[in-house]
Design a protein around this ligand. Sequence first.
Ligand SMILES: [Mn+2]
Length: 354
Amino acid sequence: MQLQAITMPDLSKFDHNAVGNPNNNIFGLPFTEDEARLVILPVPWEVTVSYGASTSRAAEHVYKSSKQVDILDTDGKEGWKQGFFMREIDKRILMKSDYLRKEAELYIDYISKGEPVEKNKFMCKSLKEINEGSAKLNQWVYEQCKELLDRDKLVGLLGGDHSTSLGYMKALGEKHGAFGVLQIDAHCDLRKSYEYFTYSHASVMYNALNEIPALEKLVQVGVRDYSEEEWNLVCNSNYRVITYFDKEIRERKYEGETWKHITDEIVNKLPNKVYISFDIDGLDRKLCPNTGTPVPGGFEIEEICYLIKRISGSGRELLGFDLVEIGVGQNDWDSNVGARVLWRLCNLLVNNHS
Ligand SMILES: [Mn+2]
């Protein structure tokens, strides 16, 4: 592979304590894509969401809120100086998502009344269109991520719903071989074609396990809402899937175990290469009030950052991350929190590689 010449960004005129220059990119940083070590790929897609919609608009809101984040890498290494850059939101993807979302709403409404899909030609056509559109989206994400990885960029995917990260995980598997996924989530996302949507947000890890042989271990933390089908899949996975339920973690803490002790155990379950799939609903709802499928319970941001730092500290390689299911509400609280989580993830990823 030919390595491209790395253009070092000139930060001499950049005052990170000053008011943000509106012409700058995410977090008010002055990097171009070529200069940036880490590229954020927005994926404005939420066709199969089952409850609250809005996450297809999250990336533009997070981008706006990111300008308010103070540029300080609290984990130490000033990783941001290597450059973060967010690509423009692809309007065609957003429009396609809006169009198919409308079809999905009619379809979900229809099947929720217990009507059989096979008997309704219109519904069959909708379902086909949605499944084909989702497969195309996966291919698009795969191609974008592959191209970035081939240029030796670190990639952070910003959803969109949780289905958006499948293509990215595929590209990583091809590039890196065996790897593990740390999934922070209130849900397992292990349902087989939920509501007959092959690429449902609720099926992303089921599909990843099926379609990505390099994915050797899936470690889920914070799960507190799951079906019997998912529970059986975890139990019969021969430890390919290990789930740390929110309830279990809390009970262990009540019994006096420390988060440090529990994170030691979680880290030890992971292989040497780790991808982080961060569904914002893994956090306490006060931090993501408008996420699509909120559930009581959940983590503080710092608990998750600590876990990721411990993975880094163990010598494991962080391959990349996604941050998905951020909602958009009346005020900018969701995107404000989202931008701060994104900032931490970007720094933790870059610091792992320096
Ligand atoms: Mn999820």
